[in-house]
Design a protein around this ligand. Sequence first.
Ligand code: PEP
Ligand code: MG
Length: 499
Amino acid sequence: MISYKGTVFSEGIAMGKLHLISQMHAFNLPSVKSTELEKLKEGLRITIAELKEFLLKNKENQDYLNFQILLLQDPVLLDEAEVYLNQGDSAIHSITKVLEAHQLQLKESSSFYLQQRVVDFSDIEQRIVRNITGNPYLTLNEKFILYAEDLLPSYLIQNKENVLGVITRTGGDSTHGAILCRQLNIPYIVASIQAKEGETVVLDTRKQQIMLNPNTKTMLHYGKIIQELSEGTYVSIAHPEYKFLANVSSNLELDKVLKYGFDGVGLYRTEMIFMNVNHPLSLEEQFEIYKEAIEKMKEKPICFRTFDIGDDKQLSYVQASKKGLENYIKNQDLFVTQIKALLMANQYNSLKIMFPMISNLEEYLYLKDWVYAIQAEIKNKSKFELGIMLETSSALESIQDFKDVDFVSIGTNDLVLDIYHIHRNLQAKEMKSYLNDLLTKLKEVVIFCKEHQIELSICGELAAITTALKKFMKIGFKNFSVAAPAIKVLNKIYKEIVA
Ligand code: PEP
Ligand code: MG
C-alpha cells in the first residue's frame, strides 16, 4: 500500500477502482477551411446537445450548464475561431486557441474567484475537442474514483451516480467541481499520485489521505465504515439537550450545514479562507465573508476560530513557525483586522470567537483583553462569547484555571498529538492505545465545565468516529462539532446511546 497526502476540498470516505481521465490535446493537421468550419460547427452542435441533455436531468446544476450552453451559442466564439481557420488552423486548434486565450485572461486576473473559473473553460474545451475528434466522454456504467488533471464539472454532472470520489492534480476550493462534490457528498482531494487504471484506492479526507492498493485489513476496515455511513439520512434526528454542530472551512459549506439541520457552526477554520488567497485579506474583504456566513446561519451560533497558522499550515504572508498565541503577536495587524471584521459582522449577536492552541490562562486573558480593546476602539456594541480550544496538554492540566471562559471545545487532533505523540493520521487506527486514558482526563473537564456552567464540546475528528463518540457521550459530553457528512455518525450513536 502506498499513501499520499493531499488537500481536501470535499469531505468524506470512499473506496473503489480508479478511472483515469486523460486530457485530449489539440493537434494541427493540414486542413481545408470549409471542412474544418463544418467540423467545428458539428462539434459545437453535439456539445450543446449533450449539455442540454444533462440540463434536463440536473436542474440543480442549471446555472452552470446554462452558462456553458450560452457560451457555446455565442456567435463571437465562432467568429473568433474563424480568424484562426482563415489562417489555416484546424477546427480543434482554432477553438482551442480561442478558449485558451480566455483561460489565460482569467489566470492572470487578480481576482481569486476568476482564477478559479479557468477550469470552466477547460471543461468546454475538452468536451468540444473530444466531440470533434469522435472521442466523446462516455457515461460511466460502473462506480469509480476519478483521477484527472482537473475536475471538469460537466463530466461530474454527467457521471454523478457513478463517481465515488475524486482526486485531481490541480484544483481550488471554490471551483465548480469542488462545490459540486460538496453538494453531492463526493469526497475530493487534490494530490499527485502515481497510479494505473483500475487500481484500488481509499480516500479518507479525515486524514487528508489517499491509500493506493490497500491491504485486505484496510479494505475491510473501510468497507465497514462506508457501510455504516451509507445507512441513515443526512438530516439530523431530534436530539434534545444535545448540540450537533458543524466544522467548516468556507461559506460554501453553510447551505449544507443548514440543510442537514445542524444547530450551528462549532468550528469555522478561518485560516482556510486566508489560504485561498496570496495576500492578507482586507477588513472589508473579511467583513463581507463573515457577514455572509452569519446571515446564512440565520441567527444560529457560529464559532469562528481565529486563524490557526503554523506548523503544517503555512502562508506566504504570515510569520508563524508554530501554531499559537505567538502568531497573533507577530502578525498583529492580521489579528486586529480579523477581530474587527468579526465584530462588525456580528449583527445577531450569534458570534463566538475561539482561540486555538491556548496553553494557559494568561494566554487566554491576554487575547480576551485584546479583543475587548479592539471592540472599544471601533465602538462596537455587539455581544459575543469567547472561548478556547482545549488542544494542548498544558491547558488540559490547568483546566481548573479557566473558570472565566464562555466555552471550551476539545481539539482532539492536536491534543492527542501533544499528549500521546500520535499524528492525526494515525489517531483513528491507534485509538486503543490511548482512548481510555484520554477519557479519564476528559472526564475531569466534563466535571469542571458542568460545575462552572461552561459550554463544552468536542470538535476534533474523534467526535466523528463511532467508537470514540459513544464513549464521549457516555462520560457526559453533549455537544459535538463534526464535518457535515458526519451528521450520520452523530445520528447513529445518539440513537444507540441516548434515544
Ligand atoms: C483539532 O486540533 O482537533 C482541531 C479541530 O483543529 P485542527 O484540526 O484545525 O488543528
Ligand atoms: Mg488543532
